[in-house]
Design a protein around this ligand. Sequence first.
Ligand code: GRF
Length: 208
Amino acid sequence: MSGAPFRIAVLASGAGSNLQAILDTLHEGPEGVVVAAVASDKPDARALERAQAVGLPTASFPLADHPDRAARDAALADWVAGHDVRLVVLAGYMALLTPAFLQRFPQAIVNVHPALLPAFPGLDAVGQALAHGVKVFGVTVHFVDEGVDTGPIILQRALELPHARTREDVLGELHAVEHELLPAAIRLIARGAVTLDPADPRRVRLEP
Ligand code: GRF
């Protein structure tokens, strides 16, 4: 690829398998995407170890180290912006970002959610779906707005699991879908193929 690298930051609270998928399939690859920084709200997140293992800058911003969420997110936003990124990727980041954080990165924050939104937003989406008895599960990658998993949808993929009974039945299969769909969305954004329809900002246009 020609031109400047497309620098992204990843925020993650947990195991970081989605971060790993980004590192394995996109980072420093031919599309020019570079993971420039990885941050967490949890100092012991395995995601931070995965980033450090490939020499990336990391930082953690636990709420307990700051007077309140606004101050925590201001520090987080300063750190992320200091790495000169064009996209912030929430890959299992479990804290709700403040409106002030969102305003620092307009239309440049994406999240991966383990359900077919608008069904089952928020915590334990797979548990919610199982309790509802669904036969079709899925993954959504969407822009982040001020609601909980309510932003414009970029990519979705459904997965039929009519016999699933437990979270374990579902999560392994959904993770495999996430590990393709999140890098795919980032790749499209880096290529400039993702725009919001000015006539209907809920609608995300994807160039073929
Ligand atoms: C994923 O299932 C994602 O959809 C949800 O949190 C989980 C993170 O998993 N938001 P990992 O930390 O990337 O392994």
